[in-house]
Ligand binder design. Sequence first.
Ligand SMILES: Nc1ncnc2c1ncn2[C@@H]1O[C@H](COP(=O)(O)OP(=O)(O)OP(=O)(O)O)[C@@H](O)[C@H]1O
Ligand SMILES: [Mg+2]
Length: 340
Amino acid sequence: MRERGTGLAIETSGLVKVFGKNRAVDGLDLAVPAGTVYGVLGPNGAGKTTAVRVLATLLRPDGGEARVFGHDVLREADAVRSRVSLTGQYASVDEDMTGMENLVLIGRLLGHKKPGARDRARQLLEAFGLTDAADRQVKNYSGGMRRRLDIAASILNTPDLLFLDEPTTGLDPRSRNQVWDIIRIVVAHGTTVLLTTQYLDEADRLAGRIAVVDHGKVIAEGTPGELKSSVGAGTVHVRLRDPGQRPDAERVLAKELDAQVYLEADPVALTVRVAGEGVEREAAEQAARALSELAASGIVVDDFSLGQPSLDEVFLALTGAPPREDGLADHPATSEETAA
Ligand SMILES: Nc1ncnc2c1ncn2[C@@H]1O[C@H](COP(=O)(O)OP(=O)(O)OP(=O)(O)O)[C@@H](O)[C@H]1O
Ligand SMILES: [Mg+2]
């Protein structure tokens, strides 16, 4: 655990940030335990970046309270700044410099002596799999390498709290995995990580707790297990060889999984939401039984998978509607009033 006793890295209560008529953060309540990865899950425009910028003291809140390690983000902004790091801000890497040069420069700016800065840079490049690219200009890095360098730069001075704002959006699966490994390393060294993401599976893999944010508010909070049990354990996707067997497959799946089967536009595809009480093993067992029952009924399956609920499914379960991108569209006044 960190040195501070209260155990909370971030605490917000009724936090508000408005842009004109747009309530980007609209009464946000968060309690982020220190020493953990905390996931903030929400669709485009939910207010994730705005909340992060307020917590990192880059934006002034318009209402409510926010504390970072007990320090008020407005009244004690310097104390907050000394303990946090945000990828993309302190970590603004220069495209024309090499990875090594960037890290050494940032290390020097943070007050390290040159040999120390070089050692730390070498260490981080190694840890993040960038040793071979150390002497290449950043403009020639792939998106995943660039993201890893950003994170490396932001933890040169191991911060107590690291904000990672959608660190894997747009990355391929391999790069996502590398970034996840890095996040695990960072948190193992005692840093608290606030991770915003649009992917439930990402929050599920990394975060001890997750807040689902919509329209600037927390609409659900809990451990990944708690969240998934309110949503369902996952979705079974099935593709058949023969579209003529779809009615039979529908019947078998409905019986085995005891759930409604959706016939997709693709005439060989079916999907089923598995309740499974959020217990993954149970869902996997049910899915396995369903698969063998399909085989026993002579139904030829080309593809079968059990996926975790998507963000769309989480929102469907929590709000009764898929996430809606807000952009700058005005909210009807009533939605703010009724929610208040
Ligand atoms: N500087 C700004 N000026 C005006 N409106 C803004 C500004 N920054 C954000 N907004 C608006 O505030 C709302 C929340 O935006 P924010 O960027 O915090 O969402 P987000 O959850 O980070 O979304 P994304 O997943 O797309 O990054 C959006 O409606 C956005 O258009
Ligand atoms: Mg954002």
